[in-house]
Design a protein around this ligand. Structure first.
Ligand SMILES: NC(=O)c1ccc[n+]([C@@H]2O[C@H](COP(=O)([O-])OP(=O)(O)OC[C@H]3O[C@@H](n4cnc5c(N)ncnc54)[C@H](O)[C@@H]3O)[C@@H](O)[C@H]2O)c1
Length: 85
C-alpha cells in the first residue's frame, strides 16, 4: 500500500467532497489532519477516520485567512511535507 503511514492535510475536510477524501485516505492507512472552519464537522470526520485506523487530528481554521495562529500551523504542516487536498 503506497499511502500507508503517510500524513495528509485535507482542507474543508469536515463535510462533502473533503470528508469523502478524508475517509478514502483513512482506508488507505493515511493519517489525516482534518481541517474545517466548522469545529463540529471537523471533529466528527476525524472521529470517523480514527475508526478506520487513521491517527486523525481535527484542526479548526479558516484556510481563506492563514494569518491566524491556527492558519499558520496549517502553513507549517504544508511546508513540512504533508500532502494537501
Ligand atoms: N458537490 C459537487 O458536486 C461539486 C462539484 C464541483 C465542484 N464542487 C466544489 O467543491 C468544493 C466542495 O464542495 P462540497 O460539495 O464538498 O461542499 P460542502 O459545502 O459540502 O463542504 C465544504 C466544506 O468546507 C468547509 N469550508 C468552507 N470554507 C472553509 C474555509 N474557509 N476554511 C476551512 N473550511 C472551509 C465547510 O465548512 C464544509 O465542511 C466547493 O468549492 C464546490 O463548489 C462541488
Amino acid at each position: 500500500m503506497r499511502l500507508k503511514d503517510k500524513v495528509a492535510l485535507v482542507a474543508g475536510g469536515g463535510r462533502g467532497i473533503g470528508r469523502d477524501i478524508v475517509l478514502a485516505y483513512a482506508r488507505e492507512g493515511v493519517h489525516v489532519v482534518v481541517n474545517d472552519i466548522d469545529p463540529a464537522t471537523a471533529e466528527a470526520t476525524a472521529k470517523d477516520a480514527a475508526t478506520l485506523g487513521s491517527k486523525s487530528l481535527p484542526v479548526v481554521a479558516d484556510v481563506a485567512n492563514l494569518r491566524t495562529s491556527t492558519g499558520s500551523s496549517i502553513r507549517s504542516s504544508r511546508s513540512a511535507g504533508a500532502s494537501t487536498s
